[in-house]
Design a protein around this ligand. Structure first.
Ligand code: PHE
Length: 454
């Protein structure tokens, strides 16, 4: 799926390859594990609506900005700014991104490890005849144990490292092309089962009928953070992937397709989960275990549930893998191009460091759970800092860079590439990245961390 450009740098070979890679990065645990559980924590539909607003007004323009920066510079997240704005402070955006990549991948690998464990449990028919309470206890005692989740996390990180080491995506996109559609089909089947459960209506109301009085400042900040997290924005993932996109690609079109795919899958995951949450009497705000506790209940209640359970957790693992490689790639491309390490060495080094941080994350669920900071254990802390602080900050600077520094002519050239874009569209995009995105991010950010009262 990849080819060498004339300058010797790897490139995606087709526009489908680009979309598969970028959508593979965007669609992952963020959609299926995190989106339902934080929607549950922050009260349902009102959170969803705010999230959708952020996706449109901020996510999409920032995604296009990242693609532009990556393709124009042909560099990693740090090198891109160094090349486009030499000797300026802008390059530190890239450093912020590399830091965020470490933090995200550390806890991401832990959750992906849970998913691997659930494949194994599903294979041995371990969900059968368990009550909702028993399934909840099973999940909690598993993630708190000191050995098994750590081993699965390490296994997942080794897989991630191995794929990244193989270079720019040869095997992976070929797989993603098949796996992603299968995942979507399974989620749709789960949707049908979920909405026909007795009491499903309450779940759908929770997800789609907003009660804005439930919305808190913290909820709005989390919606913004999650918009970045889910679209893989704010830390240079799509700058790095953009650097492998060829000149002919229509970046706006790619950004729109990736955004739509990501958003649809999150909503489908919500529709699969919330009716079941209410039907089985699970607390919607029960946190990171929501998917792992709710769906096994559903699998038990459907014909062929044994097979669906295996397939679902297998595909969830694959979806996590196509995201985790994109996160690791940010670090590896940086180590390789800026610190001049061989790609192989860079990959081993980065994978080992992240895996180590991941072990601490995993243990913070159990034996280290009393070590907290503002009531957050290490796992939650990394999640909170990266999604709610680093990604929005990264997004703020990226939109400022395109809006104020890059220049209208160059923006036009990158978006048009041979075709044409109307003045109105171009001005609309520039207005969004120049004013709307930075101001909105700044307000949400400052009020979310308590520095601004509105
Ligand atoms: N977007 C991925 C998901 O939703 C996670 C991710 C975050 C990937 C940041 C890359 C960068 O699972």
């Amino acid at each position: 799926m990849s080819k060498q450009s004339k300058k010797g740098r790897a490139e995606f070979s087709s526009s489908f390859g680009v979309i598969a890679a970028a959508a593979g990065s965007a669609v992952g645990l963020g959609n299926i594990w995190k989106f339902p559980y934080i929607t549950g924590v922050y009260g349902g539909a009102a959170f969803l609506f705010v999230y959708l607003g952020f996706i449109l007004a901020i996510g999409l323009p920032v995604m296009l900005s990242e693609f532009i920066i990556g393709r124009k510079s042909h560099r990693n997240a740090f090198g891109a700014f160094k090349k486009l704005a030499p000797k300026s402070l802008w390059q530190y955006i890239g450093i912020l991104g590399v830091g965020a990549a470490f933090m995200i991948l550390a806890f991401y690998g832990v959750v992906a490890g849970w998913s691997v464990d659930y494949v194994v449990t599903a294979l041995s028919n371990g969900f059968a005849d368990q009550s909702p309470d028993q399934l909840a206890v099973m999940f909690t005692s598993f993630i708190e144990s000191p050995v098994q989740p750590v081993l699965y996390q390490l296994l997942f990180m080794v897989l991630t490292g191995a794929i990244v080491m193989l270079g720019i995506k040869d095997g992976i996109e070929r797989n993603v092309k098949v796996m992603m559609p299968v995942l979507v089909v399974i989620i749709i089947i789960l949707n049908i089962r979920a909405v026909t459960l007795p009491g499903a209506g309450e779940g759908l109301r929770f997800l789609f009928h907003p009660d804005f009085s439930k919305l808190t400042g913290e909820g709005v900040l989390s919606a913004l953070g999650h918009a970045f997290f889910s679209l893989s924005l704010g830390m240079g993932t799509l700058i790095t992937y953009g650097s492998y996109i060829d000149k002919k690609n229509n970046l706006l079109n790619t950004a729109v397709k990736v955004t739509i795919a990501d958003t649809l899958i999150a909503i489908l995951a919500g529709v699969a989960i919330f009716p079941a949450v209410f039907a089985f009497g699970i607390e919607p705000s029960s946190g990171p275990g929501l998917v792992f506790i709710t769906l096994p209940n559903v699998f038990q209640q459907m014909p062929g549930g044994y097979i669906f359970a295996i397939l679902f957790f297998l595909l969830l693992t694959v979806a996590a893998l196509t995201s985790s490689i994109s996160i690791l790639e940010v670090v590896v491309a940086y180590f390789h191009e800026e610190l001049k390490l061989k790609r192989k060495i860079a990959t081993i080094f980065a994978t080992a460091l992240v895996a180590l941080l991941g072990v601490i994350c995993s243990l913070s669920m159990g034996i280290f759970k009393d070590y907290t900071f503002y009531d957050l254990n290490f796992f939650d802390l990394l999640d909170w800092i990266s999604a709610n602080l680093l990604l929005p900050l990264g997004g703020l600077f990226i939109s400022l860079f395109i809006g104020w520094k890059f220049g209208r002519k160059k923006i036009r050239a990158e978006i048009e590439n041979g075709g044409s874009i109307s003045e109105l569209m171009l001005s609309g995009f520039i207005f969004l990245v120049k004013f709307i995105a930075p101001i909105a991010i700044a307000i949400v950010f400052l009020s979310g961390i308590g520095l601004l009262k509105i």
